[in-house]
Design a protein around this ligand. Structure first.
Ligand SMILES: *[C@@H]1O[C@H](CO)[C@@H](O)[C@H](O)[C@H]1NC(C)=O
Ligand SMILES: *[C@@H]1O[C@H](CO)[C@@H](O)[C@H](O)[C@H]1NC(C)=O
Ligand SMILES: *[C@@H]1O[C@H](CO)[C@@H](O)[C@H](O)[C@H]1NC(C)=O
Length: 250
């Protein structure tokens, strides 16, 4: 009886070693990329300030209830000063698929394109060379009101952003009826280890205020964002701006 028992305990020890070893490895791997609100060096107030700007970019550039309500803000937190207590805005943008007829112009890609233009513009405030602009991205933070899809997460990693902060998660989008590629930004970042630098990732920031932008599109029971109403007779249609407030300016 002793013999099989000691085999069993050896097997158990081995299994304990395996599970302990792999969870330890995962933890140290994750900590390269992760930020959590508890240990964040930047205040929640500042994070919330910029997440609200990502939402506000929609109202400013599209409408108070755009169907593809994805907004992005790109910020220099190194430039925090008395004048810019939350850091300095470089640029913002929103999803422009419909406007430009370009299926790759998700909010994040649109934001990166806009910042490149602004950073290198000869008449702009930065006048960087293209090479300097590429380097500048390494010190910037991208805020997006929804988790980057694999295309955008890849673009963000290729850009070498210092941080990527998002509100609504891909799993929440899917649960609300959005068609998505079911791969988290965290998974994309984990597979991007061969790229230089590391982009810190933090999700769920102010999701109580980002979620409502994505909640009404596939559920007619959900009321429209402020400033909008259902267009159909029975209240079945999409949300559309009511009154002057909702005019698109982009
Ligand atoms: C960000 O701010 C720092 C500190 O003011 C500055 O040195 C750096 O050039 C800024 N980056 C960009 C892209 O403006
Ligand atoms: C680019 O960002 C600026 C703010 O820096 C904004 O005024 C402008 O509308 C944005 N353009 C696009 C195309 O998103
Ligand atoms: C959303 O939650 C944050 C705390 O996480 C809070 O500060 C904020 O006021 C909430 N927003 C609304 C509209 O309730």
């Amino acid at each position: 009886m002793l013999y099989p028992l000691s085999i069993l305990s050896l097997v158990l020890l081995f299994l304990i070693h395996l599970t302990h070893g792999s969870s330890h490895q995962k933890h140290s791997h994750d900590s390269q990329h992760h930020l959590s609100l508890d240990t964040d060096s930047i205040s929640f107030e500042t994070r919330a300030h910029w997440m609200r700007k990502a939402n506000a970019a929609l109202t400013e550039l599209a409408s108070p209830c755009p169907f593809a309500a994805f907004g992005t803000v790109i910020v220099n937190h190194t430039a925090t000063s008395e004048e810019f207590p939350h850091g300095k805005l470089i640029c913002y943008s929103v999803n422009q698929n419909q406007r430009e007829g370009n299926p790759t112009l998700h909010g994040e890609i649109s934001g990166i394109n806009n910042c490149s233009k602004i950073l290198t513009s000869a008449s702009g405030p930065y006048t960087l060379t293209p090479k300097e602009a590429l380097i500048a991205f390494h010190s910037l933070t991208l805020y997006t009101n929804a988790e980057p899809c694999p295309m955008c997460a890849s673009a963000i990693r290729w850009s070498g952003f210092k941080e990527c902060i998002f509100g609504t998660s891909i799993s929440t989008l899917i649960s609300k009826g959005w068609s998505q590629i079911d791969l988290s930004a965290e998974e994309v970042f984990e597979e991007a280890g061969a790229l230089p630098g590391a982009t810190k990732l933090m999700g769920g920031v102010l999701s109580n205020e980002t979620d409502p932008w994505f909640s009404w599109q596939f559920d007619s029971e959900i009321s429209c964002p402020k400033g909008c109403a259902r267009s159909g007779k029975e209240g079945e249609g999409v949300c559309e701006p009511v009154g002057e407030e909702g005019k698109s300016k982009l």
